[in-house]
Write a protein that binds this ligand. Sequence first.
Ligand SMILES: Cc1ncc(COP(=O)(O)O)c(C=O)c1O
Length: 407
Amino acid sequence: MSLDIPFNKPVFAGNELWYIQDAVQRMHISGDGHYTGRCHEMLEEIHGGSRVLLTTSCTTALELAALLLDLEPGDEVIMPSFTFVSTANAFALRGAKIRFADVSPDTLNIDPTHVRSLINDRTRVIVPVHYAGVACDMDELAAIAAPHGIAIIEDAAQALGSTYRGKPLGSIGQMGTLSFHETKNVICGEGGAIIVNDESLVKPAEIAREKGTNRAAFFRGEVDKYTWCDLGGSMLPSDILAAFLLGQLEHLSALNGRRRTLWDRYLEGLGSLGEREDVDLPVVPEYATHNAHLFGLRVRDLEARSELIEGLRDRGIGAVFHYVPLHLSPMGRAMGYQDGDLPVTEREHARLLRLPLYPSLVDSDQGRIIDSVLDLLGAREPKSAAASIETFPSRDPMSQPPVHPPR
Ligand SMILES: Cc1ncc(COP(=O)(O)O)c(C=O)c1O
């Protein structure tokens, strides 16, 4: 059945194709051209001046971070099991042993108490994943990591524009990673970035990202030829993708703002469910401001979730579940994990569903989603139907002149 309210819809902010056209006219469509530089500038400004380098995805950025840490087989890396496969795969590729920690039941972020219990003399890295764009407890994690010289790599794939005690996520650990995949708040199809907060890793990051060569230094005129210096990969995106991304980044606050309005409205509209024992609404700790990346609702159990997803689908509304815990994947089981090892993760992931949330979602459709959820959960309240249609309109990038002409 076709869905008239999909779970996600990419939004075009207006200048994407103009910037791509300009990139082509500049005759530089490989990596690190004009638009990559402009994205770097914007992202560095957001992240307090740390060096930011675009990558082909957040997966690539995580692989780059793992490479830069010179991990050896047997080194241990602690992360949540409730995350995307790339968080673990990037470190497993370097031969590291993955130690999965449970999550806190309120935020579904990594539980510092469990992290502490997993530390030993082989622990080299902790990877907090800022789930839903809501910050992990970074002070607690730093207090665990620092005395042992353990690195913190923030997986901020979902967290562009969010903060922890006023600091942008991704700019707190040694390195952080971002995603610009089509499902994120700011997109370019497939794309990502690494945020390098540790100054000593900036040059190694440039080299590893450019096939292990010092090509970046060559382009800055610091050396007269470039050569193979270290291990690396081809990790930089084409300037065409960077041009698209700039068209989005320049609207970051409006895109996140519209999401936030919708997120707040979900919380308000579904607020009465929070009083029920079998339903949990999202929790944002006082130390966090968030980018409204997703709205997750937790119901009684797996069966209730499946029924709700199906019930919404029957009404043309796309709602979906999220990460299947990695410790129970075939790879996780091959590492020796089994059912019952991470009880909070196992219980909470099964109860969770995500509601449609994208900037061009119109208020009246969101009203329909809220009413349907209340109805399907037997909690229908008389509500005035949302009439206003207030939205961040997805602009047709082919039919209008650029909002900001390319510079
Ligand atoms: C927490 C997390 N890390 C990493 C990734 C990988 O991002 P990308 O698709 O840009 O490689 C995702 C993707 O959704 C994610 O949710």
